[in-house]
Design a protein around this ligand. Structure first.
Ligand code: ADP
Ligand code: MG
Length: 749
């Protein structure tokens, strides 16, 4: 028995338990609301059939087509073991879009299909496209015939209602759940839906000319015409943007209400001394952002700032200056880095920059001095004990480390500032975990990223942070020339690549060779965090041809071939941390000419003498990743060279992407491009804000204006009524958006 009404939060009111399970298993759909947010992927216009010539092999498709012929054939199964001389029915049905055709093949029960699929019938057919004897076919497709007119004897009244409009919704479907089964479920739900209050306040709806929510939901599933769709989409995008911005506004307000210890600058302290000793002049951007941060740190509520800046723009120095201001004010600072390699490098370069200022209590230590400690997963027992104790007593003003910093036993005397480097590698949880280590009041937080973030993404993902940008690079940087090397088309080009590398080394420089894979993976195991990204679906055919190149294969091949006689080193995520440190130190010292590595070098690695980079199988990497990678060269005065070696065919999407990277060094443009090619869900990441369901309708780039408006309106509503006491429906929508993490999400602000 179906219930007579259903609200958005009710479980799916579908007949069988099995059906509900399928919905949950295949699409994670548990509630009425989940189902109604499973929006159609597209709409077929009645009378306009799907172009069948465009179907691609291997795709799971749902097509709208007309039956042309249906014939019954018999075939002998004698070829099968134990088959005897049995014969079986086979139905062969041809459907058409008026130009191209598609074959539907059924084994067994063939008579039934031939009877149902009479010439002229129009239906939806779903299955996986394959090729047999040169013809496209669907084997055992599922199908549903449309009622030819609304009262067709063969169709139920319900099915007739479903297809009564001009536009036929086609849902994201799978072999287990066809588009029309989803459509039927939606119909069931729409018939008994009680949607409740609208989460969008009336004034906002009027101001922005938005439909009531119920109208939009009904129209998106059962549109009368295309203009309906537009209005429905606009309203549903507003829902997503507004609810998320309201949640973020609450979080911002809660954060501003927290007390923090003010850490004002000390004109005569370590920070001032550090500035005097700096071997270079700060860029205007570094100076300006530095002032903004100095002011933030002087406030009695916590700083929450995102510092974004091009690769090589000098964010580290900005962070060090902020950390020293806090140390001068009697507090401590923690710097969290995403990788061991980067933490070690920060430790080396920061102690070098500080010189005697980092040697408190030691012979040769400066008058004002502090201590810098390093803590990573591999720090030895003795060093770990002393780092932990220095953090606990406050002797260490600066603690640098990886995730190891988040462990419970790490305790601070007075943690005043948390710096998170390369934020894109971390989720909000880690930020929160480190922040919780401050005793008494909240620490100030600075997060840094070299993956430039378009405004709307910053607004959405980092909606609770203020954003500063370092736009310029320090003077004296040389441009990086990037070239795509089509190795498959022109094998001679690859020889030239290695020759160029030899020339750089001969000129006293160093080089990186980057590969997508380590090479010691168990069969079938992905390279994981350390390796390249998976290629687009569109390139699947071409990338499937061979496994991506691996460090452990490429390095010996180069050593025994084109780079013979040079000093090669290897670096990847599976080396033990001491080994990583040893290799990086040797490379920094110029004892290694060519470093063959995975993307472990992607973030932050800073060796100014390295001027050339060769990226093998470059199409395996994402746009932003390539931009990050090439940021490793061109860090000194000598010009940088980045060669993107690829077998991707000339007009493939992969190749276009590589050409784009070669054509511009503007990280903002590239990250936009990157974003356009990914789904929003990946951008936000499951962990980014503890969101259970990611955005379904909203497009962070295309809907920039809408998001900005929604942010304005949502902030105004939350400022007037922080607990949303007068907006119960909005509160409920926020709960649904954030799921069980809601309380944590807001508490931890
Ligand atoms: P990123 O912003 O990518 O983290 P880093 O902080 O690693 O960049 O800085 C890159 C390099 O530039 C470092 O070697 C750093 O010492 C140097 N650097 C930073 N600021 C300046 C400056 N104002 N002038 C010259 N070199 C600088
Ligand atoms: Mg950096």
């Amino acid at each position: 028995m179906l219930p007579s009404v259903a609200t958005l939060r009710d479980p799916l009111p579908l007949g069988g338990k099995k059906t509900s399970e399928a919905f949950e298993k295949v699409f994670g759909i548990r509630t009425v609301g989940d189902l109604l947010r499973h929006y159609p992927r597209r709409y077929y216009t009645r009378g306009e059939l799907t172009p069948l010539a465009e179907l691609r092999e291997g795709d799971h498709v749902t097509v709208l087509a007309r039956v042309e012929t249906a014939t019954l054939a018999q075939y002998s199964r004698s070829r099968f073991p134990n088959g005897g001389r049995k014969t079986t029915d086979r139905a062969e049905v041809t459907v058409t879009d008026g130009t191209a055709t598609l074959t539907l093949t059924f084994f067994g029960g063939a008579g039934r299909h031939v009877r149902a699929l009479q010439r002229g019938k129009i239906g939806l057919f779903a299955g996986t496209v394959s090729t047999f004897r040169g013809r496209r076919q669907l084997v055992h497709p599922e199908y549903e015939l449309l009622p030819v007119d609304a009262v067709d004897a063969e169709t139920t009244a319900e099915a007739a209602a479903e297809y009564a409009t001009e536009l036929i919704p086609v849902y994201p479907a799978s072999a287990r759940l066809s588009s029309w089964r989803i459509s039927q479920a939606v119909q069931v739900v729409l018939n008994i839906l009680d949607i409740g209050e609208d989460p969008l306040p009336e004034e906002v709806r009027q101001q922005h000319d938005l439909w009531p929510r119920e109208m939009a939901i009904r129209a998106i599933h059962r549109p009368q015409d295309r203009s309906d769709l537009q209005r429905a989409r606009k309203r549903l995008k507003w829902d997503e943007a507004f609810v998320m911005q309201a949640a973020l506004a609450q979080r911002r307000m809660a954060a501003a209400a927290m007390p923090a210890m003010p850490r004002p600058p000390e004109p005569d302290g370590i920070a001032a001394e550090f500035d005097r000793r700096l071997p270079f002049t700060l860029t205007e951007g570094q100076r300006f952002v530095g002032e903004v941060i100095a002011r933030d740190l002087s406030c009695a509520y916590p700083m929450n700032r995102l510092l974004q800046g091009e690769v090589g723009s000098g964010k580290t120095v900005v962070a060090v200056r902020a950390m020293l201001q806090v140390v001068d004010a009697g507090g401590q600072a923690a710097l969290l880095a995403p990788t061991e390699v980067l933490a070690q490098q920060h430790y080396r370069s920061i102690t070098a920059l500080l010189g005697p200022l980092a040697s408190a209590g030691q012979l040769g230590g400066a008058e004002h001095a502090t201590r810098v400690a390093l803590l990573t997963g591999s720090t030895g027992v003795r060093a770990r004990r002393s780092a932990l104790s220095d953090a606990f007593t406050g002797d260490a003003g600066i603690l640098i480390g990886t995730h190891a910093l988040l462990e419970d036993r790490v305790q601070f005397a007075d943690l005043g500032l948390v710096v998170i480097d390369e934020q894109h590698r971390f989720g909000v949880e880690q930020r929160d975990a480190l922040r919780d280590k401050a005793v008494g009041s909240r620490p100030h937080v600075l997060v840094m990223t070299a993956t430039p973030i378009p405004r709307t993404v910053a607004m959405t993902v980092f909606g609770d942070l203020e954003v500063s940008t370092l736009a310029e690079l320090p003077a004296g940087r040389s441009p990086i020339a990037t070239h795509v090397v089509p190795a498959a088309e022109r094998p001679r080009y690859l020889e030239r690549v290695w020759q160029r590398v030899r020339e750089e080394i001969a000129a006293g420089r160093q080089a990186y060779v980057v590969c997508p894979r380590i090479g010691d993976e168990a069969p079938g195991e992905a390279a994981g965090d350390d390796g390249g990204i998976a290629a687009d679906d569109a390139d699947a055919d071409f990338t499937a041809r061979r496994p991506p190149l691996a460090v452990l294969e490429v390095a010996p091949a180069l050593e025994g071939g084109p780079l013979a006689g040079l000093r090669l080193g290897i670096l990847h995520g599976r080396l033990n941390p001491d080994e990583k440190d040893r290799v990086m130190t040797a490379f920094t010292a110029g004892e290694i000419d060519v470093l063959v590595a995975t993307t472990v070098i992607e973030v932050g690695v800073d060796v100014p003498n390295a001027t050339a980079m060769v990226v093998m199988d470059a199409e395996r990497f994402g746009v932003s990743q390539l931009h990050q990678l090439r940021g490793r060269v061109g860090r000194g005065v000598a010009a940088g060279l980045c060669l993107l070696v690829t077998d991707a065919p000339e007009d493939s999407p992969s190749r276009e992407r590589l050409d784009a990277v070669a054509a511009t060094s503007d990280g903002f443009r590239l990250s936009r491009l990157d974003l356009e090619q990914r789904r929003e869900g990946d951008v936000l990441g499951a962990t980014q804000a503890g969101r259970r369901s990611s955005l379904k309708m909203l497009r962070l780039l295309a809907d920039e204006e809408l998001i900005a408006f929604a942010r304005q309106e949502a902030s105004a509503v939350v400022e007037a009524d922080p607990q949303l006491a007068g907006h119960p429906a909005l509160r409920e929508a926020i709960d649904d958006l954030l799921g069980p993490q809601r309380v944590e999400f807001l508490d931890k602000a």
